[in-house]
Design a protein around this ligand. Structure first.
Ligand SMILES: NC(=O)c1ccc[n+]([C@@H]2O[C@H](COP(=O)([O-])OP(=O)(O)OC[C@H]3O[C@@H](n4cnc5c(N)ncnc54)[C@H](OP(=O)(O)O)[C@@H]3O)[C@@H](O)[C@H]2O)c1
Length: 345
């Protein structure tokens, strides 16, 4: 086979590794897919959970990775809004994960258009790669789990619910947490939004829209949050982005007894015990398929970022270059603090 007909992919040979670079034929395109020549791979904790624990993996070897950005090389027969040469960022390896072509850890990847956003003109490709997963996960938690409408996403509809009187976001400096803070702030300018993070990130989270930020490492964290809640009565609901409730097991004490007492956790693989009487829900990004208009979520990022409604949630740091280097730097994702780590290709 001529070299131009092949593409490089980083296969994880078995659970736990190792990885190896393999040259394979370029992937065929379904009618609604585009072929992306990747320039950036963004790392997600999901990547190491899949490598180490095999979560969601039915067979090895496997091309892992769920986030990336690059330039479109070809489009499927039914694609209308994207064309070769367009720069895009997306959630890679979702629909594709069960087939050999796999996820983001490769030079070229075929991705359906509803997992993609055109790169907003006002940010770079590294920043764009950091956007889709956190954004869609935060939107699913807010709209699908909690039934809180986001007016700037009018086509994304779940059952209409009640707007909360206050919200606590656990893990405000995670990418999902930083996304959720600003989405709720844009939608509800006067909503009290409390968040937790380590102290060094407080100013950034206030800038994104948090009303108050509390250090989750403080021995008085529960009392600190309660004191800052409206009327010191506690918060209406909790969004847990990082399974913080698994270690802070008394966190539900901050729920207002007269509030809706809801606890929406992002699906992390770590169970969070929640007391009786609290409405516990768990959401992942795949909930986008449960919502009317869910396929509009990721493509909508382009306009929202360009008009300033949504900002790149966290600073982005390049930790390496090239597929060969990826296995040596992937574990950086386990120790991130208020940033997103990416690799360039
Ligand atoms: N199911 C899905 O569809 C889906 C999609 C995306 C992500 N996820 C999962 O959701 C989780 C969050 O992902 P992510 O990418 O947003 O995470 P991330 O950015 O990697 O999270 C790192 C941040 O978590 C914060 N943190 C850790 N423990 C905390 C605690 N007890 N209280 C408050 N903050 C804490 C750290 O804060 P400090 O630095 O301030 O200490 C750090 O900044 C991960 O487990 C990921 O696997 C699931």
């Amino acid at each position: 086979m001529a070299l131009g007909e092949t593409t490089a992919q980083l296969q994880c040979v078995q659970q736990g590794g190792p990885f190896k670079v393999v040259h394979v034929p370029k992937p065929p395109l379904a009618p609604d897919e585009v072929l992306i020549r990747q320039r950036v791979i963004a790392f997600n904790l999901v990547d190491v959970k899949q490598r180490d624990l095999g979560i969601g993996i039915s067979h090895w070897p496997r091309v892992l990775g769920i986030e990336g950005a690059g330039v479109i090389e070809a489009v499927g027969s039914s694609v209308r809004d994207l064309e070769p040469g367009d720069e895009v960022a997306g959630w890679h390896g979702s629909g594709a994960h069960e087939i050999i072509w796999g996820g983001a850890f490769q030079e070229r990847v075929a991705v359906a258009t509803h997992f993609l956003a055109k790169k907003p003109k006002n940010i770079n490709l590294e920043e764009a790669a950091s956007l889709p997963i956190a954004f869609v996960t935060a939107v699913c938690t807010i709209v699908d789990s909690l039934k809180i409408p986001l007016p700037f996403l009018p086509k994304v509809i779940s059952t209409e619910g009640q707007v909360p009187s206050s919200v606590l976001i656990l893990g405000g400096s995670s990418t999902v947490g930083a996304a959720a803070i600003q989405l709720l702030r844009r939608a509800y300018p006067s909503l009290p939004i409390l968040a937790t993070s380590s102290a060094k990130h407080h100013a950034r989270l206030v800038d994104l829209g948090a009303t108050h930020v509390v250090d989750y490492k403080s021995s008085t964290v529960v009392a600190d949050i309660a004191a800052l809640s409206p009327g010191a009565a506690g918060v209406d609901l909790i969004i847990d982005c990082v399974s913080a409730g698994a270690s802070q097991t008394d966190i539900c004490d901050v729920l207002d007894p007269a509030g809706s007492k809801r606890y929406a956790a992002v699906l992390t693989g770590v169970p969070v015990p929640v007391p009786e009487g609290v409405d516990h829900m768990v959401t992942g990004a795949l909930s986008m398929f449960d919502m009317k208009g869910g396929k509009e979520i990721i493509p909508s990022l382009t306009k929202l970022v360009e008009e300033g409604t949504y900002k790149v949630p966290l600073p982005v740091r390049v930790v390496g270059h090239g597929l060969e280097e990826l296995p040596n730097v992937l574990d950086e994702v386990k120790t991130v603090s208020g940033e997103k780590v990416v690799l360039t290709l």
